[in-house]
Design a protein around this ligand. Sequence first.
Ligand code: FMN
Ligand SMILES: CCCCCCC(=O)C(=O)O
Length: 358
Amino acid sequence: MAIPNDIASLHDYERHAQARLSEEAWAYIYGASADEYTARSNESVYSAIKLLNQTLTDVSKGHTQLDLLGHRLAHPIMLAPVAYQKLAHVDGEIASATAAAAQGALFTLSTLSSSRIEDVAQCAQGPRWFQLYFQDSRAQTLELIKRAEKSGFSAIVVTVDAPINGLRNREQRAGFQLPDGVRAVNCQPERQRQINPDESMIFQGLMRHAPSWKDIDWLRQHTTLPIILKGLINPRDVSIALQHEIDGVVISNHGGRTLDTLPSPIEVLPRIHELTKGDIPIIVDSGIRRGTDIFKAIALGADAVMIGRPIMYALATAGALGVAHTIRLLRDELELTMALCGCETLSDITPDCLWQPA
Ligand SMILES: Cc1cc2nc3c(=O)[nH]c(=O)nc-3n(C[C@H](O)[C@H](O)[C@H](O)COP(=O)(O)O)c2cc1C
Ligand SMILES: CCCCCCC(=O)C(=O)O
């Protein structure tokens, strides 16, 4: 699959992907929760933050390298866990993991991957993390963790903001269902939960076995890998995470796919950065589409960022080549922004690089 000639930015991949995907698959990938206010705001909040350029600065020794949880990375752009990537391209996660390795981007494999953990690991020869959704039983959860450890995944990213699915109205309207041949191949089928007629489908049904902090402590006892919590927005949850000796956090509203009208990560980031004081890495996702977005997130306290939907847009448009190109585009845009703002390294990117109206 070749890269179409008219692609200059991630927005162009989005346009091409919409034209290529079925209406149902588009509703799942592009869609978000309820009225999608949070998903829209995730992108628009970035454009409301203004940069401050800095002229006549020597940036000839510039680079975007960073150290993160034992990895020396060439740049701070990571691939978020995204389920069912074969919806976008027949090679699914194998294609995106290969592209990430080629571009030196850290790859995160979803529990709901449509490709086998071991097969992805063979292609993702670069740094890789495994995203965990707790399974129906601890034995099933442990089996996933052990497979990930054996396959060289170097951290467990526990997603904590989606114990139940968000209100996916766009998906419901489109009648989205996974097509034949696309499924969570690493998981056992979910147990059907029986409730009495006077019980709530949510509280006594879907949430009955939802994970809690106790499960995080249990996980700590069963893996020596770093544990990163993904889906934190509330500073209070970050304080609790610190008490549980978590190794890192992904500040995320799941791309607006869980609870509509949550704030965007970039809005809560300064407060969370104040709390963590640089003790643990902060990764930010939801709405990152430009190098300027990455720059702004770093200025406000992020160490690195993740992209979610753009992986699927790139896969649908041009397979592995598209994903590699997407990462490269973002990296080039970040470098350009750093150069024009007089920043040689990521640590030069501070709140002073942003315009603060008096
Ligand atoms: C199609 C799709 C599937 C996703 N699947 C997962 C998943 O399996 N696990 C998870 O933690 N997050 C999942 N996410 C959320 C992403 O990891 C990420 O938080 C979000 O997409 C970031 O926002 P962005 O799409 O605006 O970049 C998914 C997102 C999308 C769009
Ligand atoms: C019960 C949560 C299911 C989430 C499915 C995958 C995901 O995270 C997403 O679509 O977003």
